[in-house]
Structures are given as structure tokens and as C-alpha cells.
Design a protein around this ligand. Sequence first.
Ligand SMILES: [Zn+2]
Length: 447
Amino acid sequence: MLDVLHRHVVQPLVAFKRRSRHLADLRFLERTQYDSPGEVRARQLAMLRVALEHAYDTVPYYRAAWDAAGVRPEDVATLDDLARLPVLTKADIRGHNDALVSTAFDRATLRVKTTSGSTGVPLKIYLDERGAQWKTAATLRADEWSGWRRGERVAKVWGNPEYKHHGLRGRVVNAVVDRAIYLDTIQLNDDRIREFVAALRRHRPGLIFGHAHSLYLVACRLKAMKVDDLRPHGVISTAMPLHSWQRTVIEHVFGTPATNRYGCEEVSLIACECERHAGLHVAAESVLTEVEPDGRLLVTDLSNFAMPLIRYRIGDVVTTTAAPCPCGRGLPLLATVEGRDADYVLTPAGNLISGISLTENFATQIPGTAQLQIVQETRTRLLLRLVKDDQFTEASRRKIAALVLELFGPTMTVETEFVDAIAQEASGKYRFCVSHVATDHLRGLSA
Ligand SMILES: [Zn+2]
């Protein structure tokens, strides 16, 4: 009853007050998702042409880069013509951050996202309000593919709950509007998991959402604790590959299919499985995907006009499939994604820390970090492999020491090794948090 009220009364009121059109956008996206692949592509081309004109007219970086390459937006008459434009790399974003922001916006009105991206390279991304609404709608549509219904509560197995950064207001907004239940994966132990189970039993969320390795870890502990009464309508795994051995345990413990999702902070949702789980449908109204001959994915953001990312090489390797999904949606499919992967890390006190959340914290908080990999060599010894830029100073070293002390306590030692680059594995995967300790520990826990 509360969920229905939330869906039909609270959410429209909040959207009205925030002047957000995302619920109208959602209705449009739901209505058109079964359009034919040809109609989907035609819509993408129309959006692309608007985005390219806008980028050329108002983003200094693209005007210079495309002039140098001798191409103009009007040269892109088909989706294939997009290949005539140059690729945008992470180094380009780091090196030309200001020149990538559109002059059509007052910067003070933009959302700013700081992320370690999918390869441990910290980036600063600006997003306009309208683009954010559109992306929210695309994400909500994909959330419902998992079996969850809008209005139902969501539980998040996640590092650094967002609302905690906004003080009392954040807590109130979370209590009334977002109603999310969190398990903070920055310091995970059995007591925290038991509290989480109690909250799940109390609030009966319709969806459990988290990083693949965290969902797996929690599922293993629940299995060992013989907790088998949690029955959400859906489970969504995101931000890293969901391996089949993880999926099996998660689905068994929660009694519902797991939905694999792929996205990143830079452009939000990229692709997500539907209820048929036959590949990941691209959020084609929000991003346009291309695959380079070696499998690397290029993403063009069709909805962020504040900082257009055009042919952005995101760092992940994918395969696509032309076979239609049995669900009948016309949205294109990715078959596989080889993205970032990370281990859990074990603290000297015996808590577990999500490697993805850990790297995100370090990479975005240590000034002058161009790329980062964290290796736990023993229970009390960390190695930071770090690519630095000219912003790296003594203050950066102090920040490293402070972060290690805060998260691991005084017995953890840390050595920083400066390297030129952090290599990608042959599969195209970046493992940016490696623990030689936690893996054995986890094996013991799930036995
Ligand atoms: Zn489908």
C-alpha cells in the first residue's frame, strides 16, 4: 500500500517540486522500447545530429579537434559516418577538462561527478539537469526489467552511501523520498550483515542492488547463516562483471534471477539485461555504442549537453550480438562485457572492504593521481601502484597515509610505487584492486 502511494503520489509530487520531467520521459521510453531496431536507430541518428551540432558550436575542444581532422557535423549523415570523427580518450578528458564543457551552460548550474572511471583514471564530468533527468528515466526503465516495481523500496550494497554526504537534509530525503536501505561495503563484517538482514526483513525491499562482488559476498554469508527468507522481486548487479559462479549463489540465496547491468559514472547506464537475460540491452536513447575492431567500446552520450562525450573510449572490451532478444525490444544487445574487476580487501581487524569502493575513494581523493591500482600483499601490507601527474605533491602522500589509517587502522603499512601505466590484462580487463589475502579468507567464509 505504501509502495503504491509512493509510486503514484510521492514521486510525482517530488518530481513536480524539483521541476523534473523524468517521469514523463520514463513514459516515453517505456512506450517506445518495443519499436523496431530500425526505428531505434533512426531516433539515435536524429539525437546524434543535434548533439554533434551542439558540440561543434559550443564546445571548444571538439571544434578544434574536428577542424584539425577536417570533418564537420554535417558530414555525419548516417550512424556509420560517426567513425569519421576522432576518438576521445581518458587522457583527452583529463588534459582538456575545461575545453570540453559547453559554453551554452552556466557552470554553476551543472552537476559535477568525480569518478575513477572504469580503469582507475580519475575524471571530472559535468552533467546538465535535463540530461540527468533523461538518464534517470532510462535507468528506472531498466530497473523495472529486473522484476522490481517503481515505488518499492531499494536496498543498496554499496560503498559510501550518497545521502550521508548531505547531513540532516540527506537523511530526511533518504527517509521520505529515496527510502533506500544501505549496507556500506567500506567496512563489512558479520555484525553489519546481520543488521542489514534485520532491515531487509523490516522493510521488504523489492530490489537489491550492488556491485557483483559485494552481492556475491553477502549471498555467501547469508547462505552460511542459513538466511533463506529474503525474497526481493529483483537483484541488479552492476559496475563489474557478474561471473556465472557468482550469479548462481546470488540467485539461490535471494530466490530471484539476477540482472546484469553495465554502466559507468561518466555516462550512467550503458546496457542492462531484460527479464529474458539474453544479453544486455543498450540504453539507446541515452548512449550510442560503437565497437572498435579490437573489441574496445566507444560511447557517445546523446543526452549530456553540458560536457558532450563523443566517441569516448571507455576502457572496456565488449562483444555484440545481432540476434533479436526474445522479449521483442528493439534496443541493440551487448553479448559480453569485460570491464573492471576488483577483489575485496581484508583489514587487519578482520573487516572486508569492497575493492571498487576503495579504489574509487583513493583515486578521487589523492591529488595528482592519474591512475591507480591497489595490491594487498599481506594482511598488514598494501602496495599502491600509482601513475602520477604534476599535481602530485607532499600533500598527496599525507592523504594516502590518512586514508590508510582511517580505513585500515595503524597496523597497516603502505608503500607507493610510481609506474608509467597500469597494464590491462590480455582479456581487456582492468583488475584495479588485487588482494592476495582476502580471496583465501572469502573461500573460508563461503565453505
Ligand atoms: Zn530483451
